[in-house]
Design a protein around this ligand. Structure first.
Ligand SMILES: Nc1ncnc2c1ncn2[C@@H]1O[C@H](COP(=O)(O)OP(=O)(O)OP(=O)(O)O)[C@@H](O)[C@H]1O
Length: 381
């Protein structure tokens, strides 16, 4: 099973520029999570901080009892071996063929024999649909193949955590769906914990178990996919619909005067762009038939049912509706019964900001009525 990653109060600045502050979330073991956020909100900086390439000033990122932020170089080196990282362009060595690129971490970090290396490399190339392409150079293959080769290389050391930076960059929508399927298939086969940074709405809506979003230097939300996908929070809705109508502007954000002026324009009939009314929770991608069931999905069900009472009503109803009648009986929930229980007890989910919930509650979620925090020290703190 993949490792759990527990991040608490993480804050990263460059000089006087705060990139994000007080980020708290837990990546549940073996589940697939996606981190969304407008360009420049520091998603790549977040991934680099998780593997210790950048040092946040405050907070912790704990994996198997080791805090990446404060541990020794020696511990960091060891813990990094638990990660497989897929960079945007695959980050392959241009002068090496795919076989040697994929074999590279094994030759660098292990004492395995060449015959053992060959077995592993061919297995990972097959897993990523690249059998037969061993002798190709990165410059001779398509962007999608380069990404798959990068994934094959990320897999050779049997990672427990896989970080993926913008897998859709430079890919058409169909190839993006194929690489998404590959992530789900790899997850089903090795049960690693995934964190995927992306702008791609289709991927975000259909691939992950959990979704988080960075905006205005904070983690706006992080939790089960049903929460973000049913959220009424303006920034989340705007992002998922890809429109100009909302708090996200040409650069990171708009001030209230600009927002009001644009609102008037849209109300007068100007097209806000994007696809209208992309809403609801579509079915999640499944492993390709013949592959094992995802263990993360099974564990997630129990986990989400334990925190169900903390989730906004619409997400709760969506989750309950997705259960089979047997599962509803098993967990003791049903749409009417659940609503009655909530009404009788007045059990309205609390409002929380990132960082305010105990870390054993994997989904740290603000309520559905989350309000963007006031624009604190934009650009510097
Ligand atoms: N090493 C660095 N030194 C100084 N500033 C940096 C460094 N790395 C990143 N930044 C700044 O941090 C901010 C966030 O960058 P980052 O690339 O993480 O954003 P992102 O959300 O991944 O954006 P995109 O979606 O466009 O890839 C940017 O303003 C960037 O200029």
């Amino acid at each position: 099973m993949g490792a759990e990653v527990v991040i608490e109060g993480l804050t990263k600045s460059f000089g006087k520029q705060t990139i994000w502050r007080d980020v708290t979330l837990t990546l549940p073991p073996g589940e697939v999570s996606v981190l969304l956020g407008p360009s420049g909100t520091g998603k790549s900086v977040f991934l680099k901080s998780m593997i210790g390439l950048l040092k946040p000033e405050r907070g912790s990122c704990v994996i198997n009892g080791v805090d990446i932020v404060t541990c020794s170089e020696h511990k960091l080196y060891d813990t990094r071996k638990m990660f497989g990282v897929l960079f945007q362009d695959g980050a392959l060595f241009g002068s090496m063929n795919l076989y040697d690129n994929v074999a590279f971490p094994l030759r660098e970090h292990t004492k395995k024999s060449e015959s053992e290396i060959k077995r592993i490399v061919l297995e990972k190339l097959e897993m990523t649909g690249l059998s037969g392409a061993e002798k190709k150079l990165p410059g001779e293959i398509s962007g999608g193949m380069r990404k798959r080769a990068g994934l094959a290389r990320a897999l050779v050391l049997d990672p427990e955590i896989i970080l993926v930076d913008e897998p859709d960059s430079g890919l058409d929508p169909v190839r993006t769906t194929y690489i998404s399927q590959l992530f789900i298939d790899v997850n089903a086969q090795i049960d690693a914990t995934f964190l995927i940074v992306t702008h791609n709405i289709n991927l975000a809506r259909t691939v992950p178990d959990n979704i988080g979003m960075l905006f205005r230097k904070e983690l706006v939300m992080f939790g089960p996919r049903e929460v973000l996908l049913t959220s009424e929070e303006p920034v989340v809705k705007q992002f998922l619909n890809g429109t100009m109508d909302g708090p996200i502007g040409m650069s990171e954000e708009k001030d209230s005067a600009q927002m009001a002026a644009e609102r008037a324009m849209f109300e007068a009939g100007h097209h806000a762009g994007g696809v209208e009314d992309v809403s609801g929770v579509p079915a999640q991608m499944q492993p390709t038939p013949g592959l094992p069931e995802r263990q993360g999905v099974r564990r997630r069900k129990d986990r989400v049912m334990r925190i169900l009472h903390t989730l906004p009503a619409e997400a709760r109803e969506t989750i309950i509706a997705s259960l089979t009648p047997e599962e509803q009986r098993h967990y003791g929930v049903g749409p009417a019964r659940q609503t009655a229980r909530i009404n009788n007890r007045g059990d309205v989910p609390p409002r929380h900001h990132s960082g305010q919930l105990p870390t054993d509650q994997v989904a740290q979620l603000p309520g559905a009525q989350w309000q963007a925090p006031p624009n604190r020290g934009q650009g510097s703190t």
